[in-house]
Design a protein around this ligand. Structure first.
Ligand code: ZN
Length: 486
């Protein structure tokens, strides 16, 4: 398998653009995604049939050497067999780019590989099941790795093989500038439809690693802690270990407005004739009005996410550029979901977790670019429960308490600010020989992991994500069509 080595000083990065395809292009996109699914399912059926056949032959005592030959599970092997069969099993194959079939075969090769490695214990983590047939409802995607993939000079079109120039919803100027300056190169394009029905093009790009711009002065506070919240007036609170509030990022008005609209739409949907009748406790077919409201909810959700992402991008860029050490809380997303997650702990907490995950991901690669350091506090570190003055721990603090009032020394402080200060203290190295008061107080380094190589995932609308240097990018295989882990 030809692997592509990211050159020294370059870094892999993703750019994602929402698309506004023409009706013809929409049909072509659907056709390509359908072709990927067909190739996947057809070859999966063949692989299964051969496995069953061999198992049956064995029970009849057919010698190993005379069993029906296996179908190779690697992408090249699957592709070879597919090419022999496509003329009769898919006589229409010429209507789509060969990349469409490749997408499906690649997903299958990965699925089979994961399954066999999981079975032999070579693959760690959760047990992976045998690949399943893809239903028509599965997310639709196609990846293009060869052919004409470029962004047009007008900065409003992405050109893809077969589909031609597809209009982008937003300007592509950020990437266009880098390509024109020869500091970026497109490796591949993945076109994917989200659950709201919108098509996106994610370009995998290598870019010359950014360095901290000369004008970005370092602030006089080398170490800061960042508390991530959901309150409109304090999405992010930044503080120093000695208790100074450096910054407080408020939500823009458009975010609060969109969130209010979202709540109103959800109330409306609840009054309409939906998929489920709560009185009779049966499923039912929803009304047109309910569907229309759901469409609007989907679009508003996407808008809220985009606005929030924009705010967080701006804030995290400043944080990474101005400070040497940035401390954030970490969370164990898998563990939280296992315990009932959002439903049990309230919507606000779920939103805060999502925001925190996003902030951590952004800070992960931005601190690397800026040569600063991201420190993650253990999720059990009680950053919001410790008194910043005496270190006493308060146990009866509820999420609704916006002010932290210490029972020991009487200190009163804004809860988010207190949390940020306690986090910042984790970023300060402890002088040798110094003891902290027993059973109290933040101890630098305790419960903190110094992040060196975060694993960024996902995307940002027209914005950047990054993967570490020296990492190999697989050029010939397709990324799994499943959505990003946020
Ligand atoms: Zn106190």
């Amino acid at each position: 398998m030809a692997r592509f080595e990211v050159p020294e000083g370059w870094t892999a990065q993703g750019y994602r653009f929402a698309l506004d395809p023409t009706p013809t292009q929409l049909r072509e996109l659907a056709s390509h995604a359908g072709a990927a699914r067909f190739a996947h399912n057809h070859m999966l059926a063949l692989v299964k049939a051969v496995m069953d056949q061999r198992a049956a032959e064995r029970t009849y005592g057919v010698p190993e050497a005379e069993l029906t030959p296996v179908v190779g599970w690697s992408l090249p092997a699957l592709r070879k067999v597919w090419n022999q069969r496509k003329a009769w099993c898919a006589p229409w194959w010429g209507e789509n780019s060969k990349e469409a079939y490749n997408t499906g075969l690649d997903g299958l090769a990965r699925g089979l590989d994961a399954w066999s490695k999981s079975r032999t214990g070579e693959r760690k983590g959760r047990v992976v099941g045998f690949p399943r047939f893809k239903s028509a409802r599965a997310p639709r995607s196609v990846r293009f790795t060869t052919g004409a993939i470029r962004i047009e000079a007008d900065r409003r079109h992405v050109t893809l093989p077969r589909l031609g120039a597809v209009r982008t919803h937003e300007s592509t100027r950020k990437l266009a500038r880098r390509i024109e300056a020869a500091s970026a190169r497109i490796l591949s394009a993945t076109v994917r439809q989200d659950s709201a029905g919108r098509w996106y093009c994610a370009l995998q790009v290598i870019v010359e690693a950014k360095t901290r711009p000369a004008h970005a002065r370092r602030s006089s506070h080398p170490v800061v802690g960042v508390d991530v919240g959901v309150k409109a007036d304090s999405l992010l609170v930044v503080a120093t270990p000695d208790g100074m509030e450096v910054d407080r990022t408020a939500a823009p008005k458009s975010l609060s407005a969109a969130q209010a609209r979202l709540r109103a739409l959800q109330r409306r949907a609840a009054r309409q004739h939906g998929r489920y009748d709560p009185i009779a406790k049966v499923k039912q077919s929803p009304s047109k009005r309910w569907r229309r409201t759901q469409d609007r909810i989907g679009r508003t959700h996407a808008h809220v996410a985009a606005v929030r992402r924009d705010v967080l991008h701006k804030a995290t860029t400043v944080l990474a550029q101005q400070h040497d050490v940035v401390v954030v809380e970490t969370l164990n997303a898998a563990g939280m979901r296992a315990k009932g997650g959002a439903r049990k702990r309230g919507l606000n907490r779920a939103l805060a977790d999502a925001a925190l995950a996003e902030v951590r991901r952004m800070l992960g690669y931005k601190t690397r670019w800026s040569g600063s350091q991201l420190v993650e506090a253990d999720r059990f570190y009680p950053s919001s429960k410790l008194c910043t003055a005496c270190g006493r721990r308060k146990s009866n603090l509820t999420l609704a308490d916006r002010i932290f009032a210490c029972d020991g020394c009487g200190m009163r402080i804004d809860r988010d600010l207190g949390a940020a200060i306690n986090l910042a203290r984790l970023g300060v190295p402890t002088p040798v020989g110094e003891q902290s008061p027993a059973g109290s107080g933040p101890v630098a380094g305790r419960g903190a992991t110094h992040e060196t190589d975060p694993a960024p995932a996902g995307d940002a609308a027209g914005d950047e994500t990054s993967t570490p240097h020296h990492q190999t990018v697989d050029q010939t295989r397709t990324a799994s069509p499943q959505g990003e882990a946020a």
